[in-house]
Design a protein around this ligand. Structure first.
Ligand SMILES: [Mg+2]
Length: 230
């Protein structure tokens, strides 16, 4: 049966070391303000809302035009590229992520794409740095909407256009690491699996009652069987 797997990036497929360096630098270059992403909980949020949270926490009242958002996005992309190239920021695939994506893409015929709170350009930098970009078709990003529950239907439509056929919402599975991933799935009548490789341990994720919950993605065969049975 056809299925579409929609992966979150941060905490699900990849982990970034010192990701605050390019993020904070992009804030400073764009707004001239020394905002700090470490002052907020970014997990499961989208980049535009993370920026707004940072300013709200610092009690900075600022209107951000679409032009300024474009400048921030470009700055974030170039800062990320620079820090990754210099080695001051590292993006690594989480255990089992590459093996699982390879198996799904080549061994099952399922579609594989992303639903992420990153802007598309920074998602690309992260996935390339982690060696995962080749497995994933174009999905949905914070550059499409800052409201995460808007994203699954966009990713689904892009995949349908890419392969030239439609798929039911019930045959789409969101794989994420936060309650926000689950909310986005449920609001779109999609299935949801949560993994404990981000901020939240499995015991906490189970409480939110996803369709399945794993410590990580390292047991490829077990994960594939479970995804097939959803
Ligand atoms: Mg995440």
């Amino acid at each position: 049966m056809a299925k579409l797997m929609l992966f979150d990036i941060d905490g699900t497929l990849t982990r970034t070391e010192n990701g605050y360096l390019p993020f904070n630098q992009a804030i400073f270059e764009t707004f001239g303000i020394a905002g700090d992403i470490r002052s907020v909980v970014p997990d499961g949020n989208t980049d535009p809302l993370i920026v707004k949270d940072i300013f709200a926490r610092a009690k900075i009242d600022i209107e951000i035009s679409s032009e300024v958002w474009e400048r921030f996005t470009a700055n974030l992309q170039s800062c990320y590229r620079r820090h990754v190239q210099q080695g001051s920021t590292a993006v690594r695939a989480l255990p089992g992520a590459a093996e699982l994506l390879g198996e799904i893409a080549h061994g099952t015929g399922y579609g594989v794409s992303v639903v992420t709170g990153n802007f598309e350009v920074t998602a690309q930098v992260k996935l390339e740095a982690a060696g995962l970009s080749a497995y994933l078709s174009r999905g949905a990003y914070a550059s499409d909407s800052a409201h995460r529950p808007d994203l699954p239907v966009i990713a689904k439509a892009r995949w349908e256009q890419f392969v030239g056929r439609t798929i039911g919402f019930e045959d789409c599975v969101i794989i994420g690491d936060t309650p926000n991933d689950l909310t986005a799935a449920r609001q779109n009548q999609m299935k949801c699996v949560l993994v404990g490789t981000g901020r939240y341990p499995v015991e906490e994720l189970v409480y939110w009652r996803p369709d399945a919950c794993w410590a990580d993605l390292s047991d490829t065969q077990c994960v594939l069987t479970a995804l097939g049975n959803l």
